[in-house]
Design a binder for this molecule. Structure first.
Ligand code: M6R
Length: 614
């Protein structure tokens, strides 16, 4: 939530920052703002509520020549989405500018002394007081880096803070407090960047350094000095990131979401590459630090995540139980941490988070770390915070995902969990050769099967045109398709603002069936598996109550033709991997309905890509 970008070097800072803000807009789009040093070392500040285009219209060619500055795109927590609440925020003399991601819980207490001194705040945000406090420190002769460190030490909550001061144009100080809000420094030739995430830096550099909680970076064009919480200088490595900058642009697609849906054959290919091996058929997951003996000693696995990542974890539970014969449970990370979970060093904790920065997931991982649990994280973002907490990372290998709705990262995480289940199953001696063969072959066929599923797009678009006017939907599934029913409902709500409920189909007659009438269509996932007949009964129950049904069925299954109103046939796939294809067709359905309704597909209202507040 909230995107941050800063630049210091010799090139036109204004344009670099505005371009960076465009790449970060998916993190929040309630307002945007920029602060630059002009030729006289005075601060030029422009801020506008709404999307970045509003800021650009407001600036209208007035961007001063500048070689350093900072920018921000906001997801509102304190104060409405107005010009005044937009970042950057300044001190009363207008000499210090601050941008911030996260929440300052004690901001009211921090504001009080200034109000008592008769100073007025111009915004309702928790951020503005940071500029006041930093300016006070500088007034007292404290150096900017130390001033930022002293100020963040007074804050409660978790945040990423970036500050500049007129006294030293060309210098930017960034601090990371707690788990909210990553900070990554980009290293160029005689220039440096700072951003809330990698995507904004990719056009400029892949040489980066990530800040850990508690660390401060003092950034100048030719060097960066890092400090730990105690103010000691730290040596931090420069890492080279593998992401392709071209992957973060929309290209010929109308929306990032559509582009990312279409990238899924490649995601699957990258996810199976080097992991699913033949002759003999086996699965090897890279870089797991656990010995076979340790793996055999695990007595339970707890999977955690939020939103789509939790749905991936629910699919993963089946894989861990089936292949590794480990008792597995799934929890919403935000609930898990407040439940006094029973954990011990034999409980393997697997977290799923595409961003690797979701605060609820990080907090749950911290809880697991305190209990001494071995941890594996499934993540898409190189160097993200989850990857630092966990003992091992299995990457989703999806490349940058820009649309707020998760699509290809879901596919990447389900394949990663499938591979992990098979890998652990082999180490635990729980996997037979035939299962291994079938699953490896099934996974290797996935890229082609996803490609075939995408051919359903025109048919889905035709359905979307007919169903887009409904205001309520029900999604039903059983077994491996149950998490996909939840996912289908989430995706539809998220991108088209239609009310949708996802249910385990067996639960329908315990309440939700009361909702069904001709105004509430049901999307029923009825693939050919051990629960198909039960799904068929559920569909009949919906039909008996005049509900319309879109059935998602297996390749050559005609048994629901004439019963369901509409049928979407998925290509042949190994049944254990069917959620991957179901996910793709659900994504297409939500996307096409959202487009029909004229919704803002890539940036749905009220949402942000990375959720760094509780
Ligand atoms: O970065 P994470 O995977 O931890 O994000 C978790 C959720 O915020 C995310 O999956 C959200 O539900 C998606 N926007 C849904 O499409």
């Amino acid at each position: 939530m909230c995107g941050i970008i800063g630049y210091t070097g010799q090139r036109p800072a204004g344009q670099i920052i505005l371009d960076g803000l465009r790449r970060l807009e998916y993190r929040g789009y309630d307002s945007a703002g920029i602060a630059l040093f002009d030729a006289n070392h005075e601060l030029y500040v422009a801020r506008a509520a709404g999307k970045i285009d509003n800021l650009i219209s407001k600036i209208e060619g007035s961007l001063p020549p500048a070689v350093s500055g900072i920018g921000h795109t906001r997801w509102a927590t304190h104060g409405a989405a107005t010009d005044l609440n937009a970042h950057p925020h300044l001190d009363p003399a207008g000499r210090v500018a601050v941008v911030h991601n996260g929440i300052i819980e004690n901001f009211e207490a921090l504001r009080r002394p200034f109000v008592e001194r008769g100073l007025a705040f111009s915004s309702d945000t928790d951020t503005e007081v940071l500029a006041f406090l930093i300016a006070d420190e500088i007034q007292a002769g404290v150096d900017l880096a130390r001033a930022v460190q002293n100020v963040v030490a007074q804050t409660q909550g978790a945040a990423a803070v970036v500050a500049i001061c007129c006294d030293e144009p060309g210098r930017i100080v960034a601090a990371r407090v707690g788990n909210a809000g990553g900070i990554v420094i980009g290293h160029g030739d005689g220039e440096r960047f700072v951003a809330s995430d990698l995507a904004a830096l990719l056009p400029h550099t892949r040489r980066v350094t990530f800040l850990e909680p508690g660390e401060v970076a003092d950034i100048r064009p030719d060097e960066v000095t890092y400090y730990d919480t105690a103010g000691h200088v730290l040596a931090k490595p420069v890492e080279t990131q593998p992401w392709d900058p071209v992957a973060a642009v929309k290209g010929r697609y109308k929306h990032f979401m559509l582009k990312e849906i279409h990238e899924q054959p490649d995601t699957a290919l990258d996810s199976v590459r080097g992991r699913y091996l033949t002759a003999p058929h086996r699965v090897e997951v890279e870089d797991l630090p656990f010995t076979a003996e340790q793996v055999r000693d695990f007595n339970r696995v707890v999977l955690i995540g939020m939103g789509t990542s939790m749905h991936a974890a629910m699919v993963g539970r089946h894989y861990l139980e089936r292949y590794a014969r480990l008792p597995a449970e799934v929890d919403n990370a935000a609930e898990f941490r407040y439940r006094s979970p029973v954990l011990d060093p034999r409980t393997l904790v697997i977290s799923v988070a595409q961003s690797g920065e979701t605060i609820d997931t990080l907090a749950a991982m911290d809880e697991a770390r305190r209990a001494g649990c071995p941890q594996i994280t499934i993540c898409n973002t190189p160097g993200a915070q989850t990857t630092r907490i966990a003992d091992a990372t299995v990457y989703m290998r999806a490349g940058p995902e820009i649309a707020v709705a998760s699509t290809k990262t879901l596919v990447g995480s389900m394949i990663a969990l499938h591979a992990l289940g098979l890998h652990l199953g082999r180490l635990r001696g729980a996997l037979d050769a035939e299962t291994s063969r079938r699953q490896v072959e099934g996974a290797l066929h996935l890229p082609a099967a996803i490609g075939e599923t995408l051919l359903l797009e025109p048919r889905v678009a035709e359905l979307a045109a007919r169903y887009a006017a409904y205001e309520d939907f029900l999604f039903l599934g059983r077994g491996l398709s149950y998490p996909m029913a939840l996912e289908g409902a989430l995706k539809l709500k998220e991108v088209s603002y239609i009310h949708a409920e996802g249910y385990a189909a067996g639960e329908m007659k315990h309440g939700p069936i009361a909702l069904i009438d001709e105004r509430m269509p049901t999307v029923a996932i009825a693939l050919r598996d051990e629960v198909r007949d039960k799904m068929r009964s559920n569909i009949e129950q919906v039909k008996a109550r005049r509900g319309r049904v879109i059935a998602i069925v297996s390749a050559d299954d005609v048994s629901l033709d004439g019963i369901a109103d509409d049928v979407l046939r998925l290509p042949e796939v190994e049944p254990d991997l069917s959620p991957v294809l179901t996910a793709v067709v659900m994504q297409l359905l939500s996307y096409e309905i959202a487009v029909e309704r004229g919704a803002d597909v890539d940036q749905p209202r009220n949402l942000a890509k990375t959720v760094t507040v509780e």
